[in-house]
Write a protein that binds this ligand. Sequence first.
Ligand SMILES: [Zn+2]
Length: 409
Amino acid sequence: MTAVFGRGAWMLALVGAWSAPGAITVAFPAERQRLPAVEECYLIGATDPGRTELLYVNGVTTDVYRTGAFLAMVPVKPGTNVVTIFQGRDKLVRSFVVAAPSAKEIPMPEPILSDDDPRLGPPAAWQTTGTLFANRVRSEIDGGDTLYYLPTAFCVRGAEVKGQSWIAVWLEGRRGFLPRQTMRRCISGAVPSKRLIAPDPTVGFPDAPPYGRAPSTVRICVDPGHGGTDTGARTPHGWNEKDVNLMQARAIRAALEKVGFQVVMTRDDDSFPALYDRPKLAYDERVDAFISVHHNATAANRNPRVARHTTAYASTSNGLALAQCIQKHVAPVLAPVKDAGAQMRSFAVCRNPAVPSCLLEVDFINLPEGEAESWDAARQKKVANAVVMGVLDWMAPPSAESSDSKPVP
Ligand SMILES: [Zn+2]
């Protein structure tokens, strides 16, 4: 204690009337953090709630939310930036680095148009090493459509693409591309035919939602996003997205179980199931639906108070039907958070070709209001009940009268 007191007294002498950093904390940007080339960035932090002194960020008065959280947009320049925050006798100085704008453009690889393109190596037998969802055959290098999902240890005709970390493969007479890191050479020497048939990953799965089935016969996988060292987004108080995702996911599980659904969780603690292990679990467990739970944050230069919205994402058409039904019920309970609707976006956890899958971005948590409301157990419960309503809506048998929002089987 003496040492601490001694250091405090020394600091007091050094900074004069201002005390050593006290109640104020800044969660973003972190001390010495390197930011991309931006012209302004958000700064979020917290002070003791209920203080009456004004809070200044670089001399500009900044609103403090009832929880003590605050948000300021600060103009920045390339190089080291210093932001000073004052409140009463408290002071905090935060320095961080902003990158210089770069004129460099990453050249796009020229598309490979023919099978005898000189950039293709000799044909050989190549084997997949990833999971079904990682072994995604694309129509172009680093892009295009998903042509096939291949199971682990599937042997295919392949050729290395010179200068690229992709393997060209041939299936059913079509050429596609797989990432080099999910492939290895087959032990057997036989090179498969270009017309090799790809296995259908949807065999054995229903091709329509569980229309009219009792919830007790329906299995739902709930996936709390992130976990472990993957913390996800951060709030003004320095809280982590992974924790609120778990709280919200548990509330969803409780609400689903209350009406009789069977629920499988990808995690129920602070562990980190690998990204592709999450849809793999849903696939292996033959669940009827997969719901990933996330909370959003903006890029460094975007004001989260302006950007704040809620969305349900899907990557497949059967996932989109589920996302639309859930979003229709969840968005109203989140008002005034803007409803950005259900949207298609290529997310790893949503690419399951056999299980309708969606990803909820409930709210933005890098602003004071989003943080407070997302951590509120009562709102978590409201969101959870809305998710159940959405799932029930998705399962309602389509009828001639009310087919407006029902998916076509
Ligand atoms: Zn997330």
